[in-house]
Design a protein around this ligand. Structure first.
Ligand code: CMP
Length: 136
């Protein structure tokens, strides 16, 4: 069954730094995503630590949080039928080396850290992540 969902997308510092944000937004739009909210911000490391808390026991946690807070990012709420899964498919594998043709990470990703985009991994986490960046 399909239903309209929202998911959180982040265009990460490596992509914003290379001025790829508009091209990446066009990829979302061309796949039928509506960008219902967006803002360009830079977050503090402590905010990145909260956002990525689920990874706090991982060896890459500290570098990941330093990286996400290292420069401007674009955060967006994307809307589409089955948006969470559709976004993960469009992003491609976490490691750009394993991403397939046509995906954002295949096209723009540099490394597993500098993989250009983040997307929520479940409907439940999408709600938490959207609320994290867009508390109204
Ligand atoms: P993201 O989808 O933003 O979620 C967590 C991030 O951790 C992931 O993308 C990667 O950029 C980063 N990361 C770094 N090393 C690893 C790893 N070994 N496995 C998974 N994610 C990693």
């Amino acid at each position: 069954m399909s239903s309209t969902e929202q998911t959180l997308s982040i265009i990460k510092p490596d992509a914003v730094e290379r001025n790829l944000d508009n091209e990446i937004k066009e990829m979302f739009k061309s796949k039928g995503f509506k960008i219902v909210k967006e803002k360009k911000i830079q977050i503090e490391k402590v905010e990145a630590e909260t956002f990525y808390k689920v990874h706090e026991t991982k060896p890459f946690y500290n570098d990941l949080c330093s990286y996400l807070s290292s420069g401007p990012i674009v955060v967006m709420v994307l809307e589409k039928e089955n948006a969470v899964l559709a976004n993960r498919e469009l992003m491609g594998a976490t490691n750009p080396k394993e991403a397939t043709d046509g995906t954002i990470r295949k096209k723009y990703g540099i490394s597993i850290d500098k993989n250009s985009v983040h997307g929520s991994d479940s409907v439940e986490n999408a709600k938490i992540e959207i609320n994290f960046f867009f508390k109204d």
